[in-house]
Design a protein around this ligand. Sequence first.
Ligand SMILES: Cc1cc2nc3c(=O)[nH]c(=O)nc-3n(C[C@H](O)[C@H](O)[C@H](O)COP(=O)(O)OP(=O)(O)OC[C@H]3O[C@@H](n4cnc5c(N)ncnc54)[C@H](O)[C@@H]3O)c2cc1C
Length: 411
Amino acid sequence: MNTDLLVIGGGIAGITAAVEAAEVGKKVVLVEKEHWLGGRVVQMHKYFPKLCPPMCGLEINFRRIRQNPDVTVLTGASPTKIEGDADAFKATINVEPRYVKGNYSELQECAKECPVEVTDNFNFGMRKVKALRVVNELAYPFGFFVEKEAINDPAMKEFAAKYDCIDLDMKAETVEIDAKAIIWATGWEPYDATKIDNLGYGKLPNVVTNMNMERMASAGGPTKGKIVRPSDSKPITKAAFVQCAGSRDENHLPYCSAICCMASLKQNRYIREQYPDAELHIFFIDARTPGRWEDFLQEVEGDEKTIIHRGKVAKIEEAEDGMVILTAENTLTGMLEHVTVDLAILATGMVPTVDTTLISGIKRTEYGFIENNNGSAIISAGVAAAPKDVATSNEEATGAVIKALQIIGRS
Ligand SMILES: Cc1cc2nc3c(=O)[nH]c(=O)nc-3n(C[C@H](O)[C@H](O)[C@H](O)COP(=O)(O)OP(=O)(O)OC[C@H]3O[C@@H](n4cnc5c(N)ncnc54)[C@H](O)[C@@H]3O)c2cc1C
């Protein structure tokens, strides 16, 4: 394939870059490693500042993609090799099959018989799902696929032999792409909270992360939108948000992920909507809510049943009846505080998912994000370049397209 622009990563930043470039007449190939577009935004229950569901921003972009013949979308696809430089990149892309045959309603019937269940990574392992699945109701492109980890399962092979809806012998394809410019928008993954020993994640079921919370609050999530204690599905009477869980910490992520304070304030509202009487606690080092986000903080500060503590949580331990007890030193009073809650939510940060082994010339910042404007032809957008929110990711993606157009225009 020949294209003007290759965009790697089909999250909100990559999608924005792809449609902006295509709408000024450039040919674009958008490559996404999952079988659906949208990145982390699809996993949110609602997103600030407007607190609308992910589809309110994504739907219009999916329509722009569908209607524009200049955008080619490859899903299940990721680069294995990239050579060359500005004006003349050569990318080798591996495209995984979905392993399905037949139309949607045939697959829907067939999926009911699927005998194999796998961990649902889309829902951060909070439930098991059938290996033949649709990822969620927002998926674009919408459709079934077989989870790769089930391909070699003997029960899945028996299922494939009995039903004509899947073909486990389908092979990955290799696509060679010549592109004049590349935008990297490979985004982020949540920091692994099991590494923060003192906060109990992975050991205490009622300690969850902020991304677990997004999925719990979502109607398509493991609890169908009901926020409950994971240990026994009991309602929440008290909950605590633990800011900077692993962030601004030399032992974990030394940097601030910029959105975690806002994410917790947003999630405070998720709980408040479902439990008007719940006692909610937020433990901050300091609240980072610049610009108009300050209104959000003030609104939560005005909630009589939300208690804000100035102090970093030092440990979380098991208490009676499934509760957990948080210990923090209040930096204003110097006193140790202990708070017992049903649910502790760790505000973990964002880690860049940049594979720099693919091509020489990508420079990274000391924290692993792509360094832009370093004289190379690598252009980045979204969280691949630094932690940021959706609106800023979109602005940066549009700026990245301008840089790409300058390269394309020179050739
Ligand atoms: C708990 C939490 C809540 C948040 N809530 C909000 C909110 O309410 N409002 C807001 O504005 N922001 C919010 N954010 C921030 C928001 O998630 C990011 O701004 C947004 O995801 C950035 O989009 P992106 O496209 O840069 O990255 P991503 O969303 O990570 O998308 C990157 C895409 O690239 C793909 N990819 C990665 N590697 C490859 C590869 N090698 N080949 C092909 N594809 C690849 C990924 O599969 C993914 O689809 C929140 C963040 C957190 C942690």
